[in-house]
Design a protein around this ligand. Structure first.
Ligand SMILES: [Zn+2]
Length: 364
């Protein structure tokens, strides 16, 4: 009887422990309100609810398919990542069985705006046909450099292999790296204080990586015939990028007192793009491809600037706190603009590649 009583008591204890465990797991899996979050997770006071907080890693990973206030932040960049994976696959298979998909995309990027420009020219000048503006006059030094370069790089005479494609892949890798780092950060940072610290730094580093990789391809193709300028621009942006990545990954330099230093670093990375753009315009003045590429780059700048404006202002959730917790808050809008900006830059790069393909040996 006594033993039976003890057994019952221990069974009850086991049941209670199990129930407590289930309760604690349920508690961990509950979405939390902003006011109940630990200090390190309090970032946006206008998003009031639906936070995952210190969930077990398994649950955090599977929350990819659940509704919380990071779901759309994860998916906006995951979809962007998949678009760039698609572009990479198309580029890799371009000269094999699919042949020409990238070429078609490129021609679409060039021909639409060119057609518009032609129509505008015809309307303005009232002429029946518009001819491409000629390249600058021949230059023997440039011709020698370009011939040497084309012998090293060229595989085919007409086609994308006539120009090296690795700078295009550098950009695609940077875009994919940035977007996947961002998705992972939004998915996993809520797991613990350590994860939070690591993943948000990884996210910033990913942005720096994308900026550097974005510069690479247009500079490489625009300055193919100007190796000194090309070397200068590419090495400058690489040094700035490495500096930015080291800064953003280093715990000592991520302190609030270095905030202005980090902001200056990002701003100088972004604004340094104006110098090679102006230089390229001067070098290739009158070339319609360069004007079309510039149009796409302006679109990119507008997309990024709009995204940054939402990011900084935290509109619309600032206007109605709690109304945009799940969908429509500023960070999601910022993510969409980042993907659009990267796509506009892809179009610009394809146009510059088409321009360079038209003159693989500098064409002067
Ligand atoms: Zn983000």
């Amino acid at each position: 009887m006594c033993n039976h009583g003890k057994r019952e008591e221990s069974e009850t204890k086991t049941k209670t422990t199990k129930q407590q465990k289930v309760k604690s797991v349920k508690k961990k899996m509950t979405l939390m309100k902003f006011q109940d979050l630990p200090q390190y997770m309090k970032d946006n006071e206008f998003i009031l609810d639906y936070y995952r907080c210190e969930w077990p890693l398994n649950d955090v990973v599977f929350s990819l398919f659940a509704w919380h206030n990071e779901t759309l932040n994860i998916w906006t960049h995951l979809v962007g990542f998949l678009i760039f994976v698609g572009l990479t696959v198309m580029s890799l298979r371009d000269d094999t069985e699919l042949g020409g998909l990238l070429g078609n995309l490129c021609r679409a990027s060039v021909s639409g705006p060119l057609m518009m420009m032609t129509v505008m020219k015809m309307t303005d000048l009232n002429i029946s046909s518009t001819q491409n503006v000629q390249f600058p006059p021949p230059d023997s030094h440039l011709r020698q450099i370009s011939l040497a370069s084309s012998i090293i790089h060229a595989n085919k005479e007409n086609g994308y292999d006539a120009i090296p494609r690795w700078p295009w892949f550098v950009f695609l890798s940077g875009a994919m790296g940035c977007l996947v780092c961002s998705s992972l950060s939004h998915l996993l940072a809520c797991h613990s204080n350590r994860f939070n610290f690591f993943f948000w730094r990884l996210d910033y580093a990913g942005i720096s990586l994308m900026i550097v990789c974005s510069f690479f391809a247009p500079i490489y193709y625009c300055f193919s015939c100007n190796p000194y300028s090309r070397f200068f621009y590419l090495s400058s942006i690489s040094v700035l990028g490495i500096l930015a990545i080291v800064t953003l990954l280093s715990p000592s330099l991520s302190a609030p007192r270095f905030r202005s230093f980090r902001a200056t670093l990002f701003l100088s990375m972004g604004f340094s793009g104006v110098i090679p753009v102006v230089h390229a315009l001067v070098l290739h003045w009158g070339n319609q491809h360069i004007f079309v590429a510039l149009g796409y780059e302006l679109a990119m700048a507008i997309f990024y600037a709009s995204g940054a404006a939402f990011y900084v202002s935290r509109i619309p959730e600032r206007w109605k706190p709690g109304k945009f917790d799940l969908a429509g808050h500023s960070h999601q809008i910022f993510h969409v603009f980042v993907v659009l900006g990267a796509l506009a830059h892809s179009a610009a790069t394809l146009v510059v590649m088409d321009f360079r393909r038209g003159s693989p040996t500098c064409g002067y």
